[in-house]
Design a protein around this ligand. Structure first.
Ligand code: C2E
Ligand code: MG
Ligand code: MG
Ligand code: MG
Length: 285
């Protein structure tokens, strides 16, 4: 569904993208043209320390500037791109663009902070032979150190999928960190956390939204931080929208968060300025 109006930086719902089968092929063709014409760009949402909000990194989030002028949110085209296979060239562009941007930030602002940039990778991309080589190429092309990149995948993309797990292991061997995205909403299996080379759990925003409601709603978020700590993984709270949530998450032990309370997805220049703040300069909020 479309993002709630007014929340998505001018992102608008395009009803034409909803008539699945008939229009998949057509939309796929449109996306192909859009890629050739350079109609995609990346926004970057800061990942921050809790509860204070000091910048620790950023997640690349793709947007499509439709020829009719409006911005299209990824929920409206990533699915089609996956079904039509266009996610493979589109995803390659996203990965290379995010690495290029990260390398530029590194050159401009220096390595004062140990930030990293997260890139979402779809199941279809992971299954593509040579995915790890593609990641290695993207890093090498711009001389980006592997520790500056985090690959975000969903549980569902790797659950019960040997080739995907192998691909992740090869990416991990490069020194790139692996995050399990939307954690808790997919085929959650604690076994996955042993077989998969996971470094970071991104706890889905649905578990964060209700934690301050009382009545046991915080129990899942609380269990997730315990699991992460027990396994020596980093936990990131997604979708932090209120000060109350940030404070409660910090009390639970969450040290990393992401959400509208701190920043919306930002244009690259603005996100880069966040990461440039020297560690000693304190927080920006
Ligand atoms: P995600 O990877 O879980 O990304 C987080 C989504 O939550 C983003 O939506 C972000 O704008 C939104 N968000 C951040 N903070 C808050 C908050 O405080 N409250 C709420 N309600 N939402 C918040 P976005 O950019 O629309 O992306 C949606 C999904 O589309 C992403 O979920 C990801 O699964 C997919 N996606 C986005 N960019 C890419 C991409 O480059 N490649 C692929 N394969 N998928 C992408
Ligand atoms: Mg993500
Ligand atoms: Mg997520
Ligand atoms: Mg998501």
């Amino acid at each position: 569904a479309a993002k709630e109006s007014g929340k998505g930086r001018g992102v608008r719902y395009d009803p034409r993208l909803n008539h699945r089968a008939e229009s998949d092929a057509q939309t796929g063709a449109e996306l192909r043209i859009a890629l050739d014409r350079g109609e995609f760009h990346l926004l970057y949402q800061p990942v921050v320390g809790l509860p204070g909000g000091e910048p620790l990194g950023a997640e690349a989030l793709v947007r499509w500037r439709h020829p009719l002028g409006h911005l299209v949110a990824p929920d409206q085209f990533i699915g089609v791109a996956e079904r039509t296979g266009l996610i493979v060239p589109l995803g390659r562009w996203i990965l290379r663009e995010a690495c290029r941007q990260a390398a530029e930030w590194l050159r401009e602002h220096g390595a004062a902070r140990e930030w990293a940039v997260g890139v979402n990778i779809s199941a279809r991309q992971l299954r593509e032979p040579g995915f790890a080589a593609e990641v290695a190429d993207a890093l090498r092309a711009v001389e980006l150190p592997a520790e500056r990149l985090v690959v975000e995948v969903t549980e569902t993309a790797v659950f019960d999928n040997g080739p995907a797990v192998e691909a992740l292991a090869a990416v991990s061997a490069l020194g790139v960190r692996i995050a399990l995205d939307d954690f808790g909403t997919g085929h959650s299996s604690l076994g996955l956390l042993r077989t998969c080379p996971v470094d970071i759990l991104k706890v889905d925003k649905s578990f964060i939204a209700t934690i301050t409601n009382g009545g046991g709603e915080a129990v899942v978020a609380n269990a997730m931080i315990q699991i992460a700590e027990g396994l020596g993984l980093q936990a990131v709270a997604e979708g932090v929208e209120t000060e109350e949530q940030a404070a409660m998450l910090a009390r639970m032990g969450y040290r990393i968060g992401q959400g509208y309370l701190f920043d919306r997805p930002l244009p690259a220049a603005e996100a880069g300025r966040r990461l440039a703040v020297p560690v000693t300069a304190g927080v920006h909020r």
